[in-house]
Design a protein around this ligand. Structure first.
Ligand code: NDP
Length: 286
């Protein structure tokens, strides 16, 4: 292997230590940072994500609330619970686990969350602030990727950054953050004509597609920083990313693994956003 491994678990442990200290300082002032998580339906991956988020809160000395609804829940019930949580001064962050069952208008649900408690950063107001270069809550996965790049002092100014995937939760906010940091950004998607032409130019390559091992070593510029956001479950039950780690690690300069890369960082930045929300509400960090 020639590439250096960028270990998301190790970096998360360092950041979570700092977050636990910030949470403890809030608790000492009588404010326990609290994240409320809403899950509708029985999607097994979503259930695991929610469990991991709730456990991470507890380990960081934060409080969490968990509302789980059956897949056929009336959307009105969820909207009414969000209104309650918006009004509750002891709740600092609200997260609705996606995807939602088909009877929901997901965007309407995200818009129902108060922007001050939107710790996922998906509310239109928060997305708008990010676009303007004055982010309030940065979506957790791209936020985690930026922290990973920062931890290795990856040079961003003038770098060619290529993102594969243009979703609202990963690809688009990732592009905005890299653009703000001075990269020249290309966003690829399912209609991109020659994907490898673009990926081979990338100093920083972010894969966020949801297709196992689609980015192979031959598509990577030697020495590039490769960030694999994808989480795919193979037939044998194992997890893998969108990057073919075996061939990519021989070409890349820095590479993230799956599992143990971007995944833990996403949860870490969710904790960071929730603590940030609690600090803002209680008049700032001491
Ligand atoms: P979406 O399905 O919303 O978006 C996938 C994107 O990939 C779309 O923009 C799509 O293009 C593009 N795409 C699909 N096929 C191709 C192709 N052949 N070539 C180029 N682009 C293609 O997924 P998400 O952004 O929500 O998630 C992406 C991956 O990241 C998933 O594996 C997900 O599980 C994982 N993920 C991981 C997280 C973590 O914490 N590590 C957090 C969130 C997601 P088009 O728009 O044209 O359809």
């Amino acid at each position: 292997m020639s590439a250096q491994l960028l270990d998301g678990n190790a970096l998360s442990a360092i950041i979570r230590n700092d977050l636990a200290a910030r949470a403890a300082a809030l608790v000492a002032r009588g404010v326990t940072p609290c994240l409320a998580v809403i899950l509708a339906g029985e999607d097994p991956a979503s259930s695991v994500y929610v469990r991991n988020k709730v456990n991470a809160c507890e380990k960081a000395g934060m409080r969490s609330l968990k509302d789980i609804y059956p897949a056929d829940v009336d959307p009105a019930v969820v909207f009414s619970r969000i209104a309650e949580l918006n009004a509750d001064p002891e709740v600092h962050g609200i997260l609705v686990q996606l995807p939602l069952p088909k009877q929901f208008d997901s965007q309407a649900v995200l818009e129902a969350i108060s922007p001050e408690k939107d710790v996922d950063g998906f509310h239109a107001e928060n997305i708008g602030a990010l676009m303007q270069g004055t982010p309030r809550f940065i979506p957790c996965t791209p936020y985690g990727v930026m922290e990973m790049l920062k931890s290795r002092k990856v040079s961003l100014k003038g770098a060619e950054a290529v993102i594969v995937g243009r979703s609202n939760i990963v690809g688009k906010p990732m592009a905005m953050l890299l653009l703000a940091a001075g990269c020249t950004v290309t966003i690829c998607h399912s209609q991109t004509r020659d994907l490898a032409f673009h990926t081979r130019r990338a100093d920083i390559l972010v894969a966020a597609v949801g297709r196992p091992k689609m980015i192979v070593g031959a598509m990577i510029k030697p020495g590039a920083t490769v960030i694999d956001v994808g989480i795919n479950r193979l037939a044998d039950g194992k997890l893998c990313g969108d990057v073919d780690f075996e061939s990519a690690k021989e070409v890349a300069g820095i590479i993230t693994p799956v599992p143990g890369g971007v995944g833990p960082m996403t949860i870490t930045m969710l904790l960071a956003n929730t603590i940030e929300a609690a600090e803002r509400r209680s008049g700032g960090q001491e």
